[in-house]
Structure formats: C-alpha cells, structure tokens
Design a protein around this ligand. Structure first.
Ligand code: AMP
Ligand code: ZN
Length: 473
C-alpha cells in the first residue's frame, strides 16, 4: 500500500493574517457570528481511498491546511476489492489523522474562553509536543458507499468527536461532489470575496465510479434528480472498458499499486491531448443516434438508448456490452490503433449520452420559463464533478454540445482533478456549509449504504435520522 500523494502543507501554518479569537461552540451557540473562523478535520472512506483533510473557513474564504489520501491496492484485483479496502482504511486512517494534526493552526493565546480548552497537544514526528488549535467539529462521509468502509471512517470520527468534545457532522458523499466548485471558489483568493459560487440554482452532473446523476441543485440540501443510471455507472463503464481495451503494456507501465483505468483510457485514446479530439458535436437530437462504423474491423457501436426517449435515464451497460464483445471477437487481430479507435468512440458515445440529457434538461427548464412557470429556475451553470469529470475530453464534449445547441451562455464548471476524484476536502467543505446552516449529527447514527439526494426520495439528505439543527428550537 503506497501513499497516493505525500502530505504537503497547502498553506503556511503561521501565515494567518487577521485571525481573530475563535469561540468554543458546542450546542450552546444558536447562531454563528458572520465572520468567525471555523476549523474542521474531515474523513472520507466510502470506497477505496482513505482521505483526511483539515479546512479552515473565515467568512467566505477557505484555506486547506492538510489534504492527503492513501488508495488501497487495486492492481492485484483489477478494481476495488471491498474487503481489502476495509483493511487498508483500518491500516492507514489513524496514521493520516495523526499526520494531519501537525497541520492544525498554532494555538492562539486568546482562544480559550473558559468553557473548556480548545488546545490540542500534538506530538510531531520527532516526538516534540506542539500546542495546536482544536477543530470546531469533525466531518465524515456517512454515505452513500460501502458499509464496512464507511464504518471505519464514521467510527473514527465518533472517537475524535468524543475525545475532543466537539460536534460531528456525518455528510452525504454525493452532496459533497456537487458542492465542490463552491469550495474551489472559496479557496481561490480572487473569487472568495462575496457569496460562494456557483450560487444556487445550478445543474450538477455527478459522474463517478458508483454514480451517474443529473441534478437540479436548488439549495444546500435540495437536489432534484433529473436523470440517473439504469444499471452501471459511467465510471464503471470506463473502468470495464479500460480493462478490456488497454493493451497490457499500458497497465504494466503504470507504477504503484493503484491503477485508475479511466485516466489510463483517456491518456491512451488521446496521446497528444486535445489535438487528437477532432470532435464535431451532434447538431440535432437526431444526429445523436448515428451508429459508429469501423468497417476495417467489421464492427459497429450503437449509441445508448437509441430506441427510447427516456431522457431521465442513463444506460451504460449496453454500450459496455458492445465494446466488450468487439474486443472479444477481434482477439489477436486488434492492433493498438484499432484499440485506440474503440477507446475514443466508446468514450465519445458515453459522453454524448450524458450531454444529451443535460441539453434536454436545459431545454425543459427554458420551456417552463417561456410557458410562464414562475417556479422554473433560471439555470446558468453546469457543474461536472466526480472522478470521471477529470476527463478533459468529457469537458470538451459537454462544452461543444452546449455551444452547438444554443447554450453558449451556460457556464461549465469542473473542479481541478484532485478535487474531482474522492477526497476529504470536499467532505470538509460540505461539513462547513451544513455546520453554518445549523446542522449537527447525533453520535448514535449508522452508515448509509444508499442515501438519496433528492428530497422526494425518502426525504433526501435531511430524511436521514440523526440530524438536529441548533437554529431550530
Ligand atoms: P470517484 O468514484 O468519484 O472517486 O471516481 C472514480 C472513477 O473515476 C473511476 O471509475 C475512475 O476510473 C474514473 N476516472 C478517474 N479519472 C478519469 C479520467 N481521466 N477519465 C475517465 N474516468 C476517470
Ligand atoms: Zn465519489
């Protein structure tokens, strides 16, 4: 098990201009003062990445003080092995938390207010003890994800919350992907002056190893599902296609124990990057259903859901089945160039499938507005987040489709790659937004394997048990 990325301080610990005295806050304070400084330690263990972050937020501005992850060995199993991932979390999470504590801000002289100590005495690597500021609360991914994996993080967070006598927030992983661009704006000095951007409402396309969701995000906890996957997720499609299409030499050349098939497939399909795209978006809906013919190899790819008009569904299993059959049928006859064509065209059709649902949703919203529905929100932003959003060709396909279908004014926002894949920074940010809205999680809660975002499905985020709001008596 090797670290995915070595820890690094993302900001100088001592560079804290303008830091004011922090209030100790348990449930005693009902409304948070506007510009008080908040500090959280966050944990993410929903899949195979053990992630820890420390985030500080003062008014609209945030600073990431620590951000690290260790990904478990997936090379030997050609994918995520749930039990091995649990072992990896159990092995590595405590070490990451210990390492992170040295990145907490220095203890300020005036921060104790008499209710209790907000100082942590932390031992650094050389055995020296340092006084550090204690986080105001602990944030952890409560779901959705693999139960046993989530439980390692949740139980660690409960332990920290108890030991430090601070609240815990158990947040929704998919909500965190949707809010990530708001964190990025808060972390960017030139953008962090006013309200967090993008402001609500916006469309969210969440594309990850376990999810393909198109959402209308109206507020922190209100994310209406406009389209979701029928069967496998888009990340599963790229991983399965990566395993089948990539020549063995490409996977073998990847060092370390963590193989990200989606990233390798993109690099293989477009070795020179954007100059290899040669992409013309379908100008009309009818153009989206044209099959791709590769006559030299005698195969054809059918776009997903050509025969239905189910604009609220994604179907990636059919396309995956065709791609797998092509590889199996062609066998040894398939050279590297043919594999590259298959990789490109499979991604193109899958990404256009995502884009067609986005365009349809925007057209529907536009129509409702034209028809005079006052409640129809004016959406000006499309957020693309989750591991597959790292794919630059996906971003290009979506941008091109928006432009050619009359939505040039819709801004496409995708977080930097390190925040697209699973990470604890986005969990910390979600904790910040939920904490500022008054939410706290009871320490008796269990993990949630499934946890819908849409309030119409079991109450969505707030439909889970264990929430209390300190602003509501
Ligand atoms: P997540 O579940 O959000 O951590 O996302 C993991 C998924 O993102 C996996 O299926 C990866 O293969 C996929 N992924 C990561 N990077 C890329 C990329 N550049 N292109 C396509 N998929 C990717
Ligand atoms: Zn994820």
């Amino acid at each position: 098990m090797t670290p995915y990325r070595l820890a690094r301080p993302l900001a100088g610990r001592n560079a804290r201009p303008g830091v004011r005295s922090r209030q100790y806050l348990w449930n005693a304070t009902r409304t948070a003062p506007q510009r008080r400084q908040l500090l959280t330690l966050a944990i993410e263990t929903s899949c195979d990445d053990s992630c820890v972050a420390i985030l500080e937020k003062t008014g609209p501005t945030a600073r990431l003080l620590y951000h690290n992850k260790i990904t478990c060995n997936n090379r030997d199993f050609r994918g995520v092995h749930p039990a091995v991932a649990v072992v990896s979390h159990t092995e590595h999470l405590a070490g990451l938390v210990q390492e992170s504590l040295s990145f907490l801000p220095d203890k300020l002289k005036d921060t104790d207010n008499g209710i209790g100590s907000n100082t942590l005495y932390v031992q650094n690597g050389t055995g020296k003890t340092q006084a550090r500021q204690k986080p105001d609360f602990v944030t952890v991914t409560r779901g959705p994800g693999m139960s046993a994996n989530l439980a390692v993080g949740l139980n660690t967070a409960k332990g920290l919350s108890l030991a430090w006598q601070v609240p815990m927030l158990g947040v929704n992983h998919m909500q965190a992907h949707a809010l990530t661009p708001r964190m990025v704006s808060a972390l960017t000095p030139s953008q962090s002056a006013g309200d967090h951007t993008p402001g609500f409402p916006f469309l969210s396309l969440l594309v990850s190893g376990g999810h393909s969701l198109l959402l209308l995000s109206r507020s922190l906890c209100d994310h209406t599902i406009l389209a979701e996957a029928d069967n496998i997720a888009i990340g599963d499609l790229v991983d399965k296609c990566g395993r089948a299409i990539l020549p063995d030499s490409v996977v073998a050349a990847e060092s370390g124990t963590s193989v990200v098939y989606g990233r390798l497939l993109e690099a293989f399909a477009f070795p020179s990057g954007a100059v290899d795209y040669h992409y013309s978006p379908p100008r009309r809906r009818a153009d989206e259903i044209t099959p791709f013919d590769y006559s030299a190899g005698g195969w054809q790819l059918q776009p997903p859901l050509v025969n239905t008009r189910s604009m609220n569904r994604f179907d990636f299993a059919g396309l995956n089945g065709i791609a797998q059959r092509v590889v199996a049928d062609r066998g040894e006859a398939m050279d590297v160039e043919e594999r590259r064509v298959l990789a490109r065209e499979t991604m193109r059709l899958a990404f256009e499938h995502l884009g067609s649902r986005v365009v349809n949703a925007l057209q529907d919203l536009q129509k409702s507005k034209q028809d005079g529905a006052d409640s129809a929100p004016a959406v000006k932003t499309l957020v693309v987040s989750g591991g597959v959003a790292s794919n630059r060709f996906l971003r290009h396909v979506l941008r091109s489709l928006l432009d050619v279908r009359g939505f040039e004014d819709v801004e496409l926002i995708a977080p930097p790659i390190e925040y697209c894949t699973d990470n604890a920074a986005m969990i910390a940010w979600t904790g910040m937004e939920m904490y500022e809205a008054g939410w706290r999680t009871d320490l008796s809660v269990l993990v949630r394997k499934k946890w819908p975002l849409d309030p119409k499905q079991d109450g969505g985020i707030l439909g889970a048990d264990g929430w209390t709001n300190v602003n509501v008596s």
